[in-house]
Design a protein around this ligand. Sequence first.
Ligand SMILES: Cc1cc2nc3c(=O)[nH]c(=O)nc-3n(C[C@H](O)[C@H](O)[C@H](O)COP(=O)(O)OP(=O)(O)OC[C@H]3O[C@@H](n4cnc5c(N)ncnc54)[C@H](O)[C@@H]3O)c2cc1C
Length: 281
Amino acid sequence: MPSQSKDLYLPRPAEIREVIEENSQIKTFALSFIDREYQDRFSYAPGQFLMVSVPHCGEAPISVSSTPVSGGAIHLSVRRAGRLTAAMHGMRKGDVVGLRGPYGRPFPMAELAGRDLLFVAGGIGLAPLRSVINTCLAAGHGRRITILYGSRTPSDIAFKADLTSWGETANVSCLLTVDRAEPGWQGEVGLVTALLAQCRLEPDDAKALLCGPPMMIRAVLAELAERGFADEDIITTMERHMKCGVGICRHCHMDDKLVCRDGPVFTLQELKQLKVMELLG
Ligand SMILES: Cc1cc2nc3c(=O)[nH]c(=O)nc-3n(C[C@H](O)[C@H](O)[C@H](O)COP(=O)(O)OP(=O)(O)OC[C@H]3O[C@@H](n4cnc5c(N)ncnc54)[C@H](O)[C@@H]3O)c2cc1C
């Protein structure tokens, strides 16, 4: 149980340093805490999230999409969904939001070292995986990295700068697909699972990390099982509506697990012990 100190729910003001328009629905905000000393001490791990608030517009969990670098800007990639995220989309450089966290169990970074890595993402799902991928690359991950990314249309492809840079990295292969082509698109059209067929994978020596809509996760899980991936080598994130973010209100429960405290990162082995698997199929 987390400590219930009086400032547990107190957000700290953070200033927007830069706004990057990823597509018409997603913006990445580079933020730093106004308290410089706090900013310099602040740390997080890939897969963790922050509770983000805007006065009168509410609070929501958002994954950190940047690489943890001491004192570096904190990136939050936000898809416009409702009141809070729409308010954020109206904000500019110099505006201030509230942040508390980081919360949640991160990706098992130590276990990823020395393994081939397969990342499968759909839409905004690339946000937390971007943090993992860039952290692995910054640490000199020498094994093969395969990134499969699905978007609705070519205009919906987010994180284009990262995708380009990953595509140019020696041990990385990056494959994109869209649900619907647009004029000029010469790439793949179809589900992200179709890209799996093009990949050389050695399941005994690889870990797969997935993040995206439940329909995509369901299809990819089935495909990975067929390819021989063990349940403990498949890692995904779960999304649930949250209130406290710190394991008190139980709003985000899945059986006896809480997404905010026990997740949002889970292995397939862990999810199979929960009723939530019925939702994933
Ligand atoms: C761990 C975690 C990490 C996340 N990371 C990101 C991220 O990196 N980027 C990102 O863009 N999003 C992320 N999300 C999702 C984000 O928190 C939600 O989209 C959030 O609801 C947006 O807040 P809002 O006020 O803008 O929209 P809301 O007002 O919350 O509405 C969003 C949608 O949810 C529906 N809704 C609202 N309340 C409920 C409820 N109680 N039950 C069911 N449906 C409801 C609304 O009808 C609407 O369709 C993450 C969620 C979790 C749990």
